[in-house]
Design a protein around this ligand. Sequence first.
Ligand SMILES: *Cc1c(COP(=O)(O)O)cnc(C)c1O
Length: 367
Amino acid sequence: MLDRENYYPRLTVDMPKLRDNLHEVLRQCDDAGIEVAGVVKGCSGIPEVSLAFEEMGCRWIASSRIEQLKAAKDAGVKVPLMLIRVPMISEAEDVVSITDVSLNSDVDVLKALSEAALKKHVQHKVILMADIGDLREGFWGEDELCDAAELVAHELRGLELEGIGTNVGCYGAIMATREKLQELVDITAKVEKRIGRKLNYISGGATSSFMRVMDGTIPGRINQLRMGEGILLARDWQTLYGLDMDYMHMDVFTLEAEVIEVRTKPSYPVGEIGFAAFGEKGKYTDRGMRKRALLGIGKADYAYPDKIFPREEGIEVLGASSDHTILDIEDCERDIKVGDTVKFDVCYGSLVMASNSANVKVIVEDD
Ligand SMILES: *Cc1c(COP(=O)(O)O)cnc(C)c1O
């Protein structure tokens, strides 16, 4: 990215608002006896975000990407680092050197981690994942899980079995109901019986499990949640589940792009309609001549034109190609001109992409 003060597009993080969200989530979890792993992958591990998570009281900084955890460490994060995607065998040595704890679901990976830990003279903590129906990572069935737990507890000397965890609401869209979470607690009890000791943590999921904290139905033994979206954006509880979340900030992040053309044009393409930039069949409504603005940002930066939301009334995202976004500004009060900028709210998917784009400048705003 070129180093220029006025660089666009940009993604701004409002740190005071982020700290407010952290404070609220951590307070409610603390009241429920739950420790929080702050998950920073949603914003591609912006180091200042990791530092704020730590400063406000997250007990771990967590990410699916080891590079983001290394960036947190390099930025001075002192709390333990948690790798929440099952490690690749090829990264085992980096996992035990850079991180303190990882989520796991495969015996061969566990063996590789143990070997790497012994070689580096460190102890690596592991949380074994139980798949309770979402069908992404996790041991399937309690026998498989108990066998793996026994192997870690009694044979893999480089590892320390820290707890049992689960993940829901990622692939199978399974809801974190009290019953599902109780299932995790019951499975953990079976593991504990098999290995002959209590485990330190039951890791009850992500942002979606926090709804059971809010309604007070989270099973008592769950004492760890791994939270990202609910702190960074706090949108899903309201937009997907209809909860009233007015006490959280949903605008911690702002995506801002510059206008490169303003023109009144027909709203219906002129000519024979084939396919658009990404091979999609074009769909257009003829609304006559409309005033439109073109932005210097595109799908390459945020992936989903229907998942960025103009902050201003009267602006509508019509579509995008890799590097352009087309807005309808006919009904906008502001007289938008070339060189002006337009601001957007983002959702989880567009935040992941924008923070990870080599062409979007991240700006951290603090008081
Ligand atoms: C992404 C992820 C999380 C955090 O999810 P949010 O919905 O952002 O809170 C937690 N655990 C695992 C295993 C994940 O992959």
